[in-house]
Design a binder for this molecule. Structure first.
Ligand code: HEC
Length: 102
């Protein structure tokens, strides 16, 4: 009985911390966002600019949508990020703001 309990606990806690960009580097992503993305968001949304991710009618609704949005910005701004850099940024924004679990 005890074993079953702990097995369940393990499954639940793994599920609770599941996140879609687990193998990406969120710290590297944060550095990229701080350097390339925040200024303009701050100008448009005030504060530290994070209101753009947490506003009620935000555009990004899924983890796939998040990557698509980052890809658009990357292209639009001509940053030439590689895919792993896009995923690092996605991981950082998801961990910090969006919190999609799949
Ligand atoms: C030149 C200004 C500017 C720059 C630079 C910029 N953004 Fe944005 N971003 C915006 C604006 C304006 C919006 C809101 C667009 C809308 O509401 O239609 C936005 C929206 C977003 C959203 C969607 C927020 C939501 O509603 O869920 C994400 C994610 C995002 N930006 C990521 C980035 C990333 C990553 C970068 C850096 C590569 C970046 N942006 C650089 C202006 C900018």
């Amino acid at each position: 009985m005890k074993t079953l309990f702990f097995t369940c606990l393990l499954v639940v806690s793994t599920w609770a911390t599941a996140q879609p960009f687990a193998s990406a580097d969120a710290t590297a992503g944060k550095a990229l966002v701080d350097k390339h993305c925040i200024n303009c968001h701050t100008e448009n949304f005030g504060g530290d600019g994070s209101g753009i991710y947490t506003r009620e009618y935000r555009k990004v609704k899924t983890s796939k949508g998040l990557v698509a949005q980052i890809r658009n910005c990357n292209t639009m701004l001509g940053l030439k990020w590689f895919e792993d850099e896009e995923l690092n940024v996605a991981s950082y924004l998801n961990k910090t703001y969006y919190k999609f679990t799949e």
